[in-house]
Write a protein that binds this ligand. Sequence first.
Ligand code: IVH
Length: 672
Amino acid sequence: MTEAQAREEISRITHELERHNRLYYVDAAPEITDREFDDLYRSLVTLETQFPALKSPNSPTQRVGGEPISGFAPVEHPARMMSLDNTYSEQELVEFYERLRKLLGISDIPVVIEPKIDGVAVSVIYENRELIRAATRGDGQTGDDITRNARTIRRLPLRLPADAPAGRFELRGEIFLPTAGFAKINKEREEEGEPLFMNPRNAAAGSLKQLDPRITARRPLDIIFYGIGLAADLELREQIELQDFFKKCRLPSGDKVWLASNLDQTLAAIRELDVLRHSLPYVTDGAVIKVNSLAAQAELGATSKAPRWAIAYKFEPEQAETRILSIDVQVGRTGALTPVANLEPVLISGSTVARATLHNQKEISERDIRVNDVVIIEKAGEIIPAVVKVLKEKRVGDLPVFVMPPECPICGSPVEKRGKLIKLFCPNPYCSAKIKRRVLHYASRGAMAIDGLGEQIVEQLVEADLVKTLPDLYRLELASLLKLDNFGDDKSSALLNEISKSKGSDIARFLFALGVPRVGATLARKLISHYGSVRKLGEASEPELMSIPGVKKVIAKGILDFFASPENQAMLAELETLGLPVNAEKAESAPADSTKAVLAGTTWVITGTLSQPREAFNDRILAAGGKVSSSISAATTYLLAGEKAGSKLAKANSLGVKVIDEAAFEEMLGVG
Ligand code: IVH
């Protein structure tokens, strides 16, 4: 291939990849499979290796990170990046509005109201429709050049569409971690015994400050644009016009913004956002109110720190005061010990909270948390409640300091420290706490979906020594079940029947059920579609595993360790003999076309608590030909609503969008 041909081919593949990237991450409507995407991606890597001079800094291959950097260069902002003044009550907001009235000499001032996203402010510059720089705020004049890290954000366009303006312009936005991504990262860190991030903002800031862009690439960061910096040629007249501008340029923008023409409408919008924010995919601690007319913005100007034309309105934090009644130490599936506080139950934003994680000994010691202390707990988004503060002034008497036990509270084995990890682990593979967690995971709805194998029954089976390993489940006999409390003929046979039925399970579900560290339902499906069987996955090498997008080193290592363990090998051999799909190959023609078409032409929104992570439903809807969207509109066909569905449910009802629950969903897909 000549260099000219290579240039053309690289340009073609680049456009294809960016288009598929957008279809996947922005429109949630992929047109090709992961496998096809990987093949295309690899062909680009090959060409770039052959013709290194043709590799663009905005190549899709840069989305995974590339070589580490030595530091962040300071860069000057084309226009000062300001912060915002805060208000904490409607009264203060009314005062802000009064000031605008006086300064502008009009009584009704159109303003835009947007969610205030809790992340890291960025300035992003495009020129000739190419992303050329992303920088943090720094001191407002000078920030850090974080372009390499920003390029890894999948929803940030590296190139703008052909009808976007070609000049140089600067945009402002927020890089953040969606609540689900934050919870996922912290769960992984918890399992690995690494220190947890306090909140999504710290996690986003920490992710952007990585000198190794490959680490940033693995954090599910996202970006939303909300403003312009230096943008002389854009010919905009109103703040609200930015929304259309962003859409036209395919730049991610806020899910919901309001244009209010007077004070009453402004207050109404803020109250609406206060309800809606609980169902947004990111943490919002407030609203930002901006004067709509850009001419009026210029007229109002700024103080030394903040513009006079905008203000932040902070919502009441979701906190509550309560008392720690006791501290339990839980043992997880991996053996990690986690201290959990039992609280005097309190109500936080509509739900009762009776437990809060204390993470680890270090956290407890640093905050000096003791049993009987009065504490402030906080619940952000869907995140597990956490103790944010001990009210030391309310401590009565001499409370004993809490120390983690030297032995596993369940099996009594001496606990272990692992490497540099803060967490303690129970090393006993047969610790009943671990067995219970493992079996519960195996039987859970997203895994083997064994009906009737719930918490209490697993407890009985493990306590009675009937189940010590997963294969033991398939060796249960009617006679031994009948000896257990509350086990009659019907219940026992039904359970045996359900367990036996699980032998016919889907291979990807089976892999997920095995509990390979860090292999969730979605990755399990990806791995099976790549390798075809559990056995073949077990034979994969580290570099091979890591060539699969989304498989980072710790994941690859987790998989390798899992299959290298003699206990797990023995378990797989037993499961194979018992008729489970260890060697079974996935059928080649993935979902048959008839299954594929089931949801064709439908658009879905997912909300509330479901039996599996949302992505799992997302994937299944896409696989069946449907589309998934994050917000409800008249174009939505179905709302899949789990428990505690909030404002989306209300909106669906008001728009007449059909609401279905998980059972109905399974039925539609022919699984129910
Ligand atoms: S406008 C000069 N809009 O909040 C006006 N800021 O506390 C600059 N933020 O530095 C900001 N969401 O990092 C604006 N919709 C939004 C925002 C937003 C989050 C952040 C931004 C800013 C900080 C000020």
